[in-house]
Design a protein around this ligand. Sequence first.
Ligand SMILES: Nc1nc2c(c(=O)[nH]1)N[C@H]1C(S)=C(S)[C@@H](COP(=O)(O)O)O[C@H]1N2
Ligand SMILES: [Mo]
Length: 236
Amino acid sequence: MPTQLPPGQHARSDFPRFGLTPFARRFPDQPARSQLRLGGDVLPARVLDAPLDGLERIDQCCDFHCVTTWSRQGLHWSGVRLAHFFDRHVAPRLAPGGQPATVVLRAQDGYRTTLPLADLLAADVLLADRLDGVPLTVEHGAPLRLVAPAHYGYKSVKHLAAIEFWQARPRVRPPALAFMDHPRARVALEERGRWLPGWLLRRVYRPLIASTVKGFASAWAAQRGDPTPPAPDAKR
Ligand SMILES: Nc1nc2c(c(=O)[nH]1)N[C@H]1C(S)=C(S)[C@@H](COP(=O)(O)O)O[C@H]1N2
Ligand SMILES: [Mo]
């Protein structure tokens, strides 16, 4: 039975590689290396070479909702709960009295965003290294990505490189215009962006889906060295 879609979303049968257009041609420099940097103002800097090791593996089937209004239902992820990771690697090392409120997520391709720690500790938020039974491909976030199904896709950072825990307001600039990065981006509340209402952003974003999917697909084909790039855009 297909799950019901949240407000303003339409189902797609495929799962396109997708993102902000400046990232179409940026790929992780080390997709085979799952090293994760930890830091922030309440956690000493540290590098984990095998961040998922020793944590309970979780298999989770959930839907994925892009802010531009496409959804892909029933993806099977595998990884560990961010909450378990936090209990193992972060909580015991927090600075005395340190109260992390905001988490900065940074990617190997330069992408970054933030989420409140409380949102990341929800049981359905994973650090995932497998999709549909196989290790993540570069297309979908190798070597490791966040999966936060209750939030728009732009919070599910691919090619995760660093997680920072901040008590003060972190100094991070979203890669997009500020109105495009809602601090929480909860799908159920249609928090697509800041300042502008969700229903308006639906209309702004929806016409951009087709060209964005195409742009990402051709950059990915070029990256793999495919001999025949997709046909140029038909006139619309
Ligand atoms: N590192 C990185 N993570 C990213 C992005 C990106 O461009 N780079 N795009 C975000 C957006 S807008 C979406 S919808 C999803 C798309 O995930 P997919 O490419 O696996 O479909 O990744 C998110 N995480
Ligand atoms: Mo997205």
